[in-house]
Design a protein around this ligand. Structure first.
Ligand code: ADP
Ligand code: MG
Length: 223
């Protein structure tokens, strides 16, 4: 099966001189098409750093990141942001919706950034909102949504440009068990149905049965 995301001996340090701290230490990792991987680790272990590097938001101090066969070190700034926009869908702990855009507008906005025409963007937004049970919320502003609805809207937005890889940073942290379950099940379904890949960072052990593999971030490595 195709490898969609690969980190090869990635090290990331912060600070310099005597105060240098090594957060990721020659970490290697791979996700294949159709795989949903969970990464567990205590607060401060480097989970968000790992996800940011995997999603081309942060550059490693050393080591190599390859997304769909393209090694990031060879890309310029414009190619990088293009790759991020098309290949990666991000979800954060707080849904990070734009407060002054309606749900449907959030989705259309990212699609327009990626160069999709208006009609296609509208069609795809409708389809996604339907699939995620949010059609009745399309015209709502984020403040009118429940926590679970916000996270589902964030999934819809992350999937808008049909990225091949979804990266989710503690997507259930602000949700109760039932809502968290719905959100993670929807990620799992999409990964299987559309042959995508997903990596979810979490410390919520209740969600792990939806994942194909569970890794632990320990001493800067995934085990
Ligand atoms: N930009 C940064 N500058 C300095 N230290 C950082 C930076 N980002 C993260 N860190 C440190 O790296 C460690 C891991 O952070 P993070 O990846 O956010 O962990 P987690 O998501 O597992 O809680 C923390 O000790 C944090 O303080
Ligand atoms: Mg974090």
């Amino acid at each position: 099966m195709t490898t969609m995301l690969k980190l090869n001996r990635v090290t990331r340090t912060f600070g310099d001189g005597d105060s240098t701290i090594t957060i990721l230490d020659e970490l290697s990792f791979e996700v294949k098409e159709g795989e949903f991987v969970a990464v567990l680790g205590p607060s401060g272990s480097g989970k968000s750093t790992f996800l940011s590097i995997a999603g081309a938001l942060l550059t490693p101090t050393s080591g190599e990141v390859t997304i769909n066969g393209r090694t990031l070190a060879g890309l310029n700034g414009r190619e990088l942001s293009d790759l991020r926009l098309r290949e990666i869908g991000f979800m954060f702990q707080s849904a990070n919706l734009v407060p002054y855009l309606k749900v449907e507008e959030q989705l259309q906005f990212v699609a327009r950034l990626a160069g999709m025409n208006k009609r296609e963007a509208r069609r795809r937004a409708d389809e996604l909102l339907e699939r995620l049970g949010l059609r009745h919320r399309a015209g709502f502003y984020p403040e009118k949504l429940s926590g679970g609805e916000k996270q589902r809207a964030a999934i819809a937005r992350a999937w808008m440009n049909q990225p091949s890889i979804l990266l989710a940073d503690e997507p259930t942290a602000s949700l109760d068990a039932a809502r968290g379950d719905t959100v993670v099940r929807m990620i799992a379904n999409e990964v299987k149905a559309q042959r995508k890949a997903a990596v979810m960072v979490t410390h919520d052990e209740r969600m792990l049965h939806y994942c194909d593999r569970v890794l632990h971030l320990q001493d800067g490595k995934l085990v």
